[in-house]
Design a protein around this ligand. Structure first.
Ligand code: GDP
Ligand code: MG
Length: 387
């Protein structure tokens, strides 16, 4: 199949960083500022995620980023996962590998790198995930003057000398802290080879400054990467079970197309679950996610999207595993095996994530019970290490 522009898939982006760095606020702002411009912009609220068409991001950024060729962004859009933090990042796995293509690492400019920033960094390094640093809360620099509709570079130049000095000093400290973690970082607009460093975008989740640049940079970086690596389009449907909810599952459709009536295999705690998609749902535009009866039904859904699937027998579906579509020519048994393999990998990766080699040895008769046991041992009240 010819890999055309539409078949380049949208990157999936997670938000990470230390508590109080501004992850939630930044997410709100990313969603809010864009939503104010109306649904015409094509932004859709999805299950656990927000989808931004590239057109919308181009629209938002062209007034402030005018020196680049916006047509170069050859991706359909960007899917931002709405749950910030380590956990969602770790859960977003499929076939034992990661779904998160790129992350926003939020650092509070007043605090620099903190414990969870470093934890996030280690996860990103371990998984070899690309990221962009949002150096957040620039508005807290003493005397900062908000400059809307201005590129961050100019906004900084327009500050008083004291503010510029404080900014530079804090930035330099943070770049040094990243160096201590073995990472080369620099301001997104500074000269030098962008392939050899991670970009830092100063932002304010309160004023919205820097956010268009952040979104644009994510798409630009992804496009660049897609040029050198092979595009990720595939006919095979891969989805991620994010959360089990009654007889529905929330998934991120990464590749391909899902149809109502498709026969699917998901991994269950007592073995593979073979079922048929009853409905494919996304939230109604502009409605509260949790309000009932506000879902839009779809005949088919194309990647990348966050969706809710209803089907029979999903009660025991396991989270953080893959979902497979069974086509007429496929061997069901083979697919069932693959689905369970995913589960095994996912359980193993979760159980070994925190263990330092010392701890109790866990044995169980089914994957489901071993998973439950491992989760139990991890709860803060129990907190028993697993070897
Ligand atoms: P999270 O724990 O990383 O999700 O952080 P939150 O988004 O909950 O933000 C923590 C606190 O910092 C809240 O009181 C926010 O209002 C505040 N905050 C977040 N971003 C900014 C920012 O850019 N500027 C300022 N001044 N405050 C911010
Ligand atoms: Mg938060």
């Amino acid at each position: 199949k010819d890999v055309s522009e539409e078949s380049l898939r949208s990157p999936i982006c997670c938000i990470m960083g230390h508590v109080d760095a501004g992850k939630t606020k930044l997410l709100d702002r990313i969603r809010g500022t864009n939503l104010q411009e109306g649904e015409a912009g094509g932004i859709t609220q999805q299950i656990g995620a927000t989808y931004f068409p590239a057109e919308n991001i181009r629209e938002r950024t062209k007034e402030i980023i005018s020196h680049v060729d916006h047509a170069k962004l050859k991706v359909p859009g960007l899917l931002v996962i709405d749950t910030p933090g380590h956990e969602s990042f770790s859960k977003l796995r499929s076939h034992g590998s990661d779904l998160c293509d790129i992350a926003i690492l939020v650092v509070d400019i007043m605090h620099g790198l903190e414990r969870q920033t470093i934890e996030s960094l280690n996860l990103l390094k371990m998984r070899n995930t690309d990221f962009i640093v949002a150096l957040n809360k620039v508005d807290r620099l003493y005397g900062w003057k908000t400059c809307r509709h201005t590129q961050m570079k100019e906004a900084i130049e327009q500050q008083s000398k004291d503010v510029r000095n404080e900014f530079r000093m804090r930035l330099d400290q943070i770049i040094t802290q990243f160096k201590e973690q073995g990472l080369n970082t620099d301001l997104y607009y500074s000269k030098g080879n962008i392939r050899e460093r991670y970009s830092i975008v100063p932002t304010s989740a309160i004023t919205g400054e820097g956010i268009p640049e952040l979104l644009w940079l994510i798409l630009a970086q992804w496009t660049r990467k897609n040029k050198v690596e092979k595009p990720t389009y595939s006919d095979q449907v891969q989805v991620e079970v994010v959360e089990g909810l009654g007889t529905t599952i929330d998934v991120v459709l990464v590749n391909g197309v899902l149809h109502g009536g498709d026969r699917i295999v998901v991994c269950g705690k007592q073995g593979p679950i073979v079922t048929t998609i009853r409905s494919l749902l996304t939230p109604h535009p502009m409605k509260e996610l949790r309000v009932e009866g506000t879902y839009l039904h779809h005949k088919e859904i194309k990647a990348v999207q966050g969706i809710k699937i209803t089907a029979q027998g999903l009660e025991h579906a396991s989270t953080a595993t893959g979902l497979y579509v069974v086509r007429p020519q496929d061997d069901l048994e083979e697919i069932e095996e693959k689905a369970m393999e995913d589960h095994m990998k996912s359980v193993m990766s979760r159980s070994t994530e925190k263990s330092g080699g010392e701890g109790v040895c866990v044995q169980a008769s089914t994957l489901g019970s071993s998973e439950a046991l491992l989760d139990f041992l991890k709860t803060p009240e129990v907190n028993i290490p697993v070897s």
